[in-house]
Each structure stands twice: as structure tokens, then as C-alpha cells.
Design a protein around this ligand. Structure first.
Ligand code: BJW
Length: 234
């Protein structure tokens, strides 16, 4: 393995699965119990904000009971110890990467522990339940707050910055994501075109497994620390 200088890592729900956070598309995943059209689109929030708030309130409460696992810690260690740039782009809205110590982190699908006020455009750290009646701490009005997450049909965050990072990457890792959701599912093609070595680390081959130069399959808590060890030895 050569000494990589600019590493970009994309993570998805699979990295948090062994912490007890549900994935989306696995057999007992979130989309087997809830419909996307009911809870994860801006139209759903306009039609039935209480249902959407209830869904994210439940996930926020569950989040208080989970902790980072060995895969989250290994990526934080890679960032701290690698002699080169390491950027983590996560699709996950949980806070487990930052709790493990990752600092150079982009939450492209937003954050469960933040609220966004549609009336004043303020964003606030948020751990309590949200409802239509919740008063915005920025503008003092009710009826404006929503979870600061990216729903289907909305533009993921920091896409320009992510595009530039992929253009410059020499190693792209994709960890624990099924490769079903765009634009994240297209990152491997962008990284390849830019000349990066591309590796998938996932429990099983993802939708896009054939786009990767290398694939390593197994539970994230095993394969990620082992891979990080190899990179740090270069
Ligand atoms: C393990 C493991 C273990 C298990 N160890 N591994 C047609 C074609 C192309 C694109 C589109 C299209 N129609 C619509 C689109 C766009 C759409 C899209 O991609 N749809 C697809 C379904 C086709 N995308 C969007 O709308 C996005 N925005 C966008 O494109 O903007 C551009 C635009 C906007 C406006 C106008 C014009 C253009 C936004 C996508 C937002 C996604 N939001 C969600 C929910 C919000 C946050 C939340 O509630 O949590 O984000 S959906 C959900 O899926 C969540 C995730 O971040 C995302 C990805 O899921 P992920 O992480 O891959 O999880 P799973 O469950 O799918 O996979 C887990 C994997 O882990 C599996 O492979 C397991 O095997 C593995 N695993 N245990 C290792 N222990």
C-alpha cells in the first residue's frame, strides 16, 4: 500500500449498526417499518409535521442510549495519526463520529441533534423533543422548527466542498453504505475519475460494489480497525 496523502471516507448506516443504530434497507431496517413518503420528504413534513416530529423524536431518544464502536474510534485514530489529510463525509445523522473524536467531518445529510428554524434560518443544538409548538430560541416564534436533516428531494450539505475533496483524493473508502442513495452513491465514480484508489468496506457487496477497485466484506468493527492499521503502517 502506498502512503496516501488525501484520504476521503464516506460512511453510512452500517458503521453505526453494531452500536445499536438501525440501518435503513436491511431486513429489519427503518424503511421496513416506516415509509419514506410519510417521514423523509419535505412534502411529508408539510402534510403531517407531527408524524415527522414523532419519528425524529423517537430516534433522538434512542440516540441517547448508543455509543461509538471500534470502527468509529479507528477512523478518529486515522485522522489523528495519519501523516496526510483525512476527511470523513458521513451520510449518518447520528453523532457517533464526533463522539469518537473525529474532527474533520462533514454531515452531508444533516444532524439529528440539531434543529433548523424555517422562519429565521437559525440552526441550534437540540437534544429534546420537537413539536410544532416548540419556540425557536433564535426568533422566539413557534411553528418554524424542523429536524436539521436532509430529506429526499433536498440538496445534501456541502456538496461543493465534497466535490473538491473527491477531485483531489488519492484514496476513497466507502464504509457501511448500500449505495442506493444519490449523490453519495456516485462519489466512487468521481473519485475513480480523479485517479483515487477506491475501496468498499461493507458487510456484503453493495449496489455499487463493482465500481470499487477493492472490496473488503465483514462487520465494520472488524474490517475498519484492521484496514486503518494497514494505512497507518505505510
Ligand atoms: C454493515 C453492517 C455492519 C449493516 N458493518 N456494514 C433516480 C435516480 C437517481 C437519483 C434519484 C432518482 N430519484 C430520486 C433521486 C435522488 C434521491 C435518491 O437518491 N433516491 C434514490 C432512492 C434513487 N436523492 C435525494 O433526493 C438526495 N438529494 C438530492 O439528490 O439532491 C439533488 C436535488 C435536489 C433537489 C432538486 C434537484 C436535485 C437527498 C437524499 C437524502 C437521504 N436522506 C436519508 C434520510 C434522512 C436522514 C435520516 O432520517 O436519517 O438519509 S434516506 C437514508 O438513506 C438516510 C441515509 O443517509 C441514506 C443512505 O443509507 P445508507 O447509509 O446507505 O444505509 P442502508 O441501510 O441503505 O445501508 C446500510 C449498509 O450497511 C448495507 O449495505 C448493509 O449491508 C451494511 N451493514 N450492518 C458493515 N455491522
Amino acid at each position: 500500500m502506498p502512503p496516501y496523502q488525501r484520504i476521503v471516507i464516506l460512511t453510512g448506516a452500517g458503521i453505526s449498526a453494531e452500536s445499536g443504530v438501525a440501518t435503513f434497507r436491511d431486513k429489519d431496517g427503518i424503511w421496513s417499518k416506516y415509509s419514506i413518503e410519510d417521514v423523509a420528504t419535505p412534502e411529508a413534513f408539510r402534510r403531517d409535521p407531527k408524524r415527522v416530529h414523532d419519528f425524529y423524536n423517537m430516534r433522538r431518544r434512542d440516540h441517547a442510549t448508543v455509543k461509538p464502536n471500534a470502527a468509529h474510534y479507528a477512523l478518529a485514530r486515522l485522522e489523528a495519526e495519519h501523516n496526510g489529510e483525512v476527511t470523513l463525509v458521513t451520510q449518518n445523522i447520528d453523532a457517533l463520529h464526533e463522539q469518537a473524536g473525529s474532527k474533520n467531518l462533514i454531515h452531508m445529510h444533516g444532524e439529528l441533534l440539531k434543529a433548523w428554524c424555517l422562519l429565521c434560518d437559525g440552526r441550534f443544538a437540540w437534544e429534546a423533543d420537537l413539536s410544532l409548538e416548540t419556540i425557536c430560541p433564535g426568533c422566539g416564534r413557534p411553528h418554524g422548527l424542523r429536524p436539521d436533516v436532509v430529506w429526499f428531494g433536498e440538496m445534501p450539505y456541502e456538496m461543493d466542498r465534497i466535490g473538491a475533496l473527491l477531485e483531489a483524493a488519492d484514496l476513497f473508502l466507502s464504509i457501511g453504505t448500500s449505495g442506493n442513495v444519490y449523490p453519495a452513491a456516485g462519489f466512487v465514480a468521481l473519485a475513480r475519475r480523479a485517479g483515487a484508489h477506491t475501496v468498499e468496506l461493507n458487510l456484503e457487496p453493495s449496489e455499487g460494489a463493482s465500481y470499487f477497485a477493492d472490496t473488503i466484506h465483514g462487520p465494520a468493527t472488524q474490517v475498519v480497525p484492521a484496514y486503518v492499521e494497514r494505512v497507518l503502517k505505510t
